[in-house]
Design a protein around this ligand. Sequence first.
Ligand SMILES: [Zn+2]
Length: 383
Amino acid sequence: MFKKITIFSIICILSFTLVSGLPVYAKTQSQIKQELSDSQDKEKDAKADYEAKKKKEAQIEAEIKTLEKTIAATEDELKTLESEISANNAKIEEIEIEIAAMEANVQRQNEDLSARLRMMYESGDGSLVEVLLGSESINDFLGGLDIVKKIHAYDMEVLDDLNAQLAKIEEKKAELDAIKNELKANQDKQIQKRESLASDKKKLVAAEAQAHKETVEAQEDYEAAQKASDALESELRSFRSKNEWAGTVVIGNGRLGWPCSGRITSEYGYRTRPNYGYTQLHSGIDIAVPTGTPIRAAESGVVYSAGWKGSYGNCVIIDHGNMEGKSITTLYGHNSSLAVSVGQSVTRGQVIAYAGSTGNSTGPHCHFEVRVTGVAQNPRGWL
Ligand SMILES: [Zn+2]
């Protein structure tokens, strides 16, 4: 196992080294197009993802709002219940006072009645004597007896009435107690509902926070994807404008195409070198380009030379055969690497090398020469 891992690691390190050691080539237009298409696909996906997450977040927000309404309604209901309960309690209290007063009244009436009856009983005939003494006639006496009976009957009536009232009040009290219990049960239910709603809300708020975080991340991804696509689009635009320039700018007879596009840092011609006391011919034009820029064949032909060529560094020479009755060759110097080999047929615009700064060179550029029957001429006359 250890051995396997070690070998695998070495392979990884080696391939990494190999990859990073490769020269950096400029991308071709079709590569950029492919990258742009991939990037646009990614952008589309990222946009869909972002929108889905935004929607989910909005849904949770809406759910929270609905829940908040339910919570408010529950609170209102609880308040109503509480006031109903307190009104009910006040009523119960009132009735209890009423019952107590009635009970006291019944008690007193009862006592009065008992006292009177006891007195009448204890006095025996005495009362009758009193009634008799107080009576002016026998008729009065008889009448007095009637009064005693009537008083007794009245007392009994009052007592019955009081007892009936008391029973009614007790009934009412029981009714109120039932209402009170029902209200209390409702209140308990509402309180439970409130607690469950609060816990639901807590969960939703947490879900919303998570959804928001995800939305923000998706938005960032989407924006990054947009940026990547924009960068590739501008890369493609600049590639096109560069190539259009390279392909269309005609300054001479236009017989040859530009090997690459860039700033001309040195023209063809004789340079005086005061420090050395002589003049020297610069046999081509120097086009400054970044290392790795594709160098293209100025015209179709056969590779005459491909390899190291002294101060030219990595150099390619293409033989174009007869053009306008003259034998024409083109030379491309200072490349970082070559893409063709001797004897190979190439077409106009085909990549034959990648720019560099090999040989006698102070910076990455393409030294481009046009040779007419073996003698260097100003390439501008041919471009
Ligand atoms: Zn040069």
